[in-house]
Design a binder for this molecule. Sequence first.
Ligand SMILES: [Fe+2]
Ligand SMILES: [Fe+2]
Length: 188
Amino acid sequence: MSRRKYLNPKIKEYGKEIIKSDNFKKMAEFKQHGDVSVLSHSLRVVERSLKFTEALSKLHIHFDEEAVVRGALLHDYFLYDWHEKSALHNLHGFRHAETALKNADREYNLTPVEKDIIAKHMFPLNVKPPRCRESWLVSLADKYCSTGETLMGRKKHEQRRERIKEKCRRQKEKERQRIERINRKIIN
Ligand SMILES: [Fe+2]
Ligand SMILES: [Fe+2]
């Protein structure tokens, strides 16, 4: 399902039903940010959310971790490639939370907290604020991961550009040396 070697055991425990499903696996085909698929992004958001819950539990702030895992796994369950130009994909940022909720609600028995996590994860872009702490937490984890993935994508893009530039520079230099050799032969 994923090339990740380590998955937080709570993901397997609470998200078993979801991570085994074909539609969930299908998210590997759709890109989210840069080279990161929607599936990898969703797993990152779950892992980050669990890191937050584990840190906050030390301050005696507790969360419904099953809802956090299931809601975070399904928060971007829109199941299409939002980079493809289409009338349906217009305003993706504003609409995909609603689409994800519709899709998830069709396939799973979601609790009110899980529904709220999915529906409100794009706050403040979607203006209705989260109604429970689990939704605030996943929304924050989503922003944290999205920012990291976008910056990582830009960095990779820049590195690729630098590699191409370097390759061109080396080819030019080789060509210059070849011409120099030919000129020397002619002179001698
Ligand atoms: Fe999203
Ligand atoms: Fe997301």
